[in-house]
Design a protein around this ligand. Structure first.
Ligand code: ARG
Length: 465
């Protein structure tokens, strides 16, 4: 192949082709402008492959040295921004290989021995995703630590707990934050689990059937820090289930952010007034001077749709593809890249924003009081005094109705009035009717009592250390 031919993709494979590709088809089929971000792992994969070819005696030590030197130059050029990416060369793989051949001559042309772009690209995406999962794991840890800090600071702060967005029972604000820590810790587990299946080596599968060269696949896997090799060549080049699985985990993590965001937006509204978010995470309005909008959580809620969409895109991409590799798979990159970028940005910004949340305990307590949040405690009190729970439930409903009619809290009803509902009620009922008493009473593993919250904080701190 002449140097001239290497600059032109339609000539790169093709004594067979008799007419050039139109510009539109070139643009349509090329991926270089989005897959060039794989350059680092593409070079790493090539170097591992070349080292193994040399070790197996398939290429000479001289060729190997020329490949290593050429790749070093290419890495320097790309980092410096002087590497010329060519649309004509379709993708990151052909761009780098063509430049290598310019730099290293025949040695560059020998690099692709026993390899196809099909196993090359599958390897690159896996290596790239593995490293991104590691970065995501670090960020998930930082986010959880920030939430645990906020939970610990507010282990005693009373928040009205909701069901159906109606005041239900008082819970510790810290307990509420730790619910999200649980969700994000499961996200981290899912990422770690997906990583085990991502970190397998396709190289050696070649185009689809394996190769007749005596490659040492295990050697390449070990040098790339992979956990093993893909055991079936057809599967290795064609399935993108590892990317789908990752994106599913990412979408779920974004859904957790979306739920948290929804609560932050509600809580910051004038009607709730439970929290404030530091100005640096909010924006104003160009027309209404009084406004401070929680843009960051709103955007996170919106971006969740993007990542869920990418999951749908990727899973649909796979559906209906016959074995083995099809060009369809080139479409795996943009949704995967965008899922990673969106998730990482969201993780980063939330880990910071959580530290910029100010809690307003009085507003939360006021809201809890307005909602008769201790009615269940009164029913439990009557049950302890011997009333069957269902009867106690009914009795308390009457008491709540009276309190609503009089515009007071249950704890503000005089003892005689309460005794009118059931004679077993005594002075000690007022301890039960307090929000704090209610919260402290739920002193069971997983419950909202501040002592339980503090015990969970300690457990999380140990886990996250
Ligand atoms: N750019 C391609 C991709 O992303 C690389 C593999 C191309 N293989 C092929 N046989 N055309 O999937």
């Amino acid at each position: 192949m002449s140097q001239n031919q290497l600059d032109n993709k339609s000539a790169a494979w093709s004594a067979l082709f008799s007419e050039p590709m139109s510009d539109l088809v070139k643009r349509y089929t090329s991926s270089v402008f989005f897959d060039k971000r794989l350059w680092r792992v593409d070079i790493a994969g090539s170097l591992a492959h070349a080292e193994m070819l040399c070790h197996q005696g398939i290429i000479s030590a001289r060729d190997h040295a020329a490949i290593v030197a050429g790749m070093q130059t290419i890495a320097t050029e790309i980092e410096a921004g002087s590497f010329e990416w060519k649309l004509d060369l379709e993708d990151v793989h052909l761009n780098i290989e063509a430049r290598l051949t310019q730099l290293a001559g025949d040695a560059g042309k020998r690099l692709h021995t026993g390899r196809s772009r099909n196993d090359q690209v599958a390897t690159d995406v896996r290596l790239w995703l593995r490293d991104e999962i590691d970065a995501i794991a670090d960020l998930l840890r930082l986010l959880q630590i920030a939430l645990v800090d906020l939970a610990e600071k507010n282990a005693d702060v009373i928040l009205p707990g909701f069901t159906h967005l109606q005041v239900a029972q008082p819970v510790a604000f810290g307990h509420h934050m730790l619910a999200y820590v649980e969700m994000f810790s499961r996200d981290a587990e899912r990422m770690a689990d997906a990583r085990r299946r991502v970190n397998r080596l396709p190289l050696g599968a070649a185009a689809l059937a394996g190769t007749s060269y005596p490659l040492d696949r295990e050697r390449v896997a070990a040098s790339l820090g992979m956990d093993g090799v893909c055991q079936n060549s057809l599967d290795a080049v064609s399935d993108r289930d590892f990317a789908i699985e990752f994106t599913a985990a990412a979408a779920l993590c974004m859904v957790h952010f979306s739920r948290l965001s929804e609560e932050l937006v509600l809580w910051m509204s004038q009607s709730f007034g439970f929290i404030d978010i530091a100005d640096r995470f909010c924006t104003g309005s160009s027309i209404m001077p009084q406004k401070k909008n929680p843009d960051v959580p709103e955007l996170a809620r919106g971006k969740t749709g993007r990542v869920v969409g990418h999951l749908m895109g990727l899973i649909t991409l796979m559906k209906g593809q016959p074995l083995a590799y099809n060009k369809d798979n080139q479409e795996d990159k943009e949704p995967l890249f965008d899922s990673v970028d969106t998730l990482k940005d969201t993780l980063r910004i939330f880990a910071e924003m959580v530290q910029g949340i100010t809690v307003r305990p009085q507003a939360m307590e006021r809201a809890a009081r307005r909602g008769y949040a201790t009615a269940t405690d009164l029913a439990d009190y009557l049950t302890r005094k011997g009333l069957p729970f269902r009867d106690a439930h009914e009795t308390v409903a009457h008491a709540v109705k009276t309190a609503i009619d009089q515009g007071v809290d249950l704890a503000e009803l005089p003892l005689q009035v309460l005794q009118g509902f059931n004679a077993r009620i005594e002075q000690d009922v007022y301890a039960v009717l307090s929000l704090r008493g209610s919260m402290q009473a739920r002193n069971i593993l997983g419950g909202t009592a501040p002592d339980q919250v503090r015990a969970q904080v300690a457990r999380h701190r140990q886990r996250l250390a």
